[in-house]
Write a protein of this length. Structure first.
Length: 60
């Protein structure tokens, strides 16, 4: 679960870079870039939550 969370966090960190490059190349509008940036923040936080759940000690 920790590895899945970290992978999702890295996806959330790389998506904004792609959105910025696409917007600079006039492939997407400014509004689309902002929507992608908000979505990437949500993706990052989901990964952070999953990583935290994976590190939580088990109670058996």
């Amino acid at each position: 679960m920790v590895m899945v969370g970290r992978v999702i966090q890295r996806i959330g960190l790389t998506v904004p870079l792609l959105a910025i490059v696409l917007q600079l190349g006039n492939r997407i509008s400014l509004l689309q870039m902002l929507v992608i940036l908000v979505a990437s923040v949500c993706i990052f936080w989901i990964g952070h939550i999953l990583e935290g759940l994976g590190r939580r000690p088990r109670i058996d």
